[in-house]
Design a protein around this ligand. Structure first.
Ligand code: ADP
Length: 453
């Protein structure tokens, strides 16, 4: 849940939902308010007409029968009764003034100080499906009316007895449906908004593993199309840059091959056998360096396509090749999973690590297993390991530990750099530790391949 609200989809969903709900609530509030005020005005108008008719009709009835007549003539909202004692009056109200002008000359209408008891009871009217209430603003008062024949009447204008705006269960069902549809809509819009960003993020992640991945489709809104086009342009520029670098290295290597071969031929003519041997050693080192340099460049710009590989078979083949070449290698465990990779590159990576183990640690013990869907390949040797302070640096190109340089083990300092490049291109990681029981242990983590993903 926390992940959802931390994601773009979650945040857009929440913003849309809250925004729509607040807007809907305010609109409903304004509409209910307006409706209530309209009700009040209409009801006052209606009561005014009815009060006029009732007073006129009462005047026709003989004074002695007026009480009996009014008992049956009164209707909700208005109460007219005969009285002998006029109430104390106060300044004219809009209702009393309107009634006086409707009745005309000969009648007296005065607003009474005392108000009907019902005014206090029906003070509030529910609004917004009963969530809020608003004070009743229509007329609620008592009036004293003197007829032309001198008869005295008390007129009580009363508030409505039931709520004017419905709060029944039907409305609640409609509101629930409304909320549900807003939530669904907000979720769909949020997903739609976040999808292009997810695709861009995925593309950026894939780019790290495969610079030759197909360009993004230019779909969606203008901004997303622009971002996708910029991303495609960036990918093309990086690819071009890597390509040029590889071409340059390949050209240098190629051009160096000829003079190196020529030098080798000329060395045959050197008469001093010891000098000749040393020069041939130096020449071999140079040739090795040139070759490894090219491999390094190619490990960044490979043309080999990714394919589904059985990791166990690949390891078996690499270890068998090493054994055939006379290297003391053992293989233990199984990953029983597929990885998506370039077989030649992965072979080179594992080969480099096994070569190092044999070269610097006498032997190589390869152990493979699986942790949380990730393959773990550990290559351990029986050598001295690498001093702690050097562990982080041995991945740097051309970096060699001092002892290896003096031992003239024939390396170029590129083997681990190439291995790390290849591993990272496969979405994996590589780390080195000195094993507590001696020897260096290289751990390679490679993600599993799920075809449906
Ligand atoms: P190279 O082997 O060509 O010198 P690498 O990049 O493969 O280059 O290794 C860099 C350095 O790391 C080596 O020079 C060596 O000192 C050290 N190293 C690599 N593997 C081992 C190992 N298994 N045991 C001890 N030292 C190692």
């Amino acid at each position: 849940m926390k992940d959802f609200f931390g994601s773009m989809t979650g945040r857009v969903f929440l913003t849309l939902l809250l925004g729509t709900l607040i807007t809907a609530a305010l609109t409903q509030l304004a509409a209910d308010y307006q409706r209530l005020r309209d009700f009040e005005r209409q009801r006052d108008q209606n009561l005014l007409e009815r009060a006029e008719q009732l007073i006129m009709a009462t005047e026709i009835v003989p004074a002695s029968a007026r009480s009996i007549y009014l008992d049956v003539a009164n209707r909700p909202g208005l109460e007219l009764e005969a009285t002998d004692t006029p109430d104390q009056h106060r300044p004219a109200t809009p209702f009393s003034q309107a009634l006086a002008s409707r009745l005309g000359k000969g009648y007296t209408v005065e607003a009474a100080t005392i108000r009907p008891a019902a005014c206090g009871i029906a003070q509030y009217q529910p609004m917004m499906y009963g969530l809020l209430s608003l004070k009743w603003g229509g007329t609620c008062e008592s009036l004293h009316v003197r007829l032309r024949d001198g008869g005295e009447l008390r007129l009580s204008v009363l508030p409505p007895r039931s709520p004017l705006i419905s709060t029944d269960a039907d409305m609640r069902a409609v509101v629930a449906l409304f909320l549900f549809s807003i939530a669904v809509l907000a979720y769909l819009v949020a997903r739609m908004t976040a999808r292009p960003f997810r695709q861009l993020a995925q593309a950026a992640q894939d780019l790290g593993q495969d610079i030759n991945r197909p360009p993004l489709d230019l779909l969606g809104t203008t901004e997303i199309r622009q971002a996708s086009a910029a991303f495609n342009a960036m990918q093309a520029r990086i690819r071009q840059y890597i390509f040029q670098r590889t071409q340059m290295l390949a050209a240098i290597t190629h051009d160096l091959q000829t003079p190196l071969t020529r030098m080798r031929l000329r060395l045959e003519k050197v008469s001093d056998a010891e000098l000749q041997e040393r020069l041939i050693g130096d020449l071999s080192a140079m040739q090795e360096m040139v070759r490894e340099g090219l491999v390094l460049a190619r490990s960044m710009d490979t043309t080999e396509t990714m394919q589904m590989l059985d990791l166990d078979s690949l390891l078996e083949a690499v270890c068998a090749d090493a054994s055939d070449a006379g290297q003391p290698v053992t293989l233990q465990g199984k990953a029983t999973m597929a990885v998506l990779g370039r077989p030649m590159d992965l072979r080179r990576c594992l080969g480099n690590l096994i070569d190092n183990a044999v070269k610097y640690g006498r032997d190589a013990h390869v152990c493979v297993d699986r942790i949380n869907g990730t393959a773990r390949v550990r290559i351990r040797d029986s050598g001295p390991g690498i001093p702690r302070s050097e562990l982080g640096r041995v991945f740097d190109p051309f970096y060699r530990v001092e002892t290896s340089r003096s031992r003239e083990s024939g390396g170029t300092g590129l083997g681990l750099t190439i291995a790390r490049n290849i591993t990272e291109q496969h979405g994996g990681s590589i780390s080195l530790v000195n094993h507590p029981e001696g020897g260096l242990e290289v751990t390679l983590m490679l993600p599993a391949y799920y075809p449906n993903k």
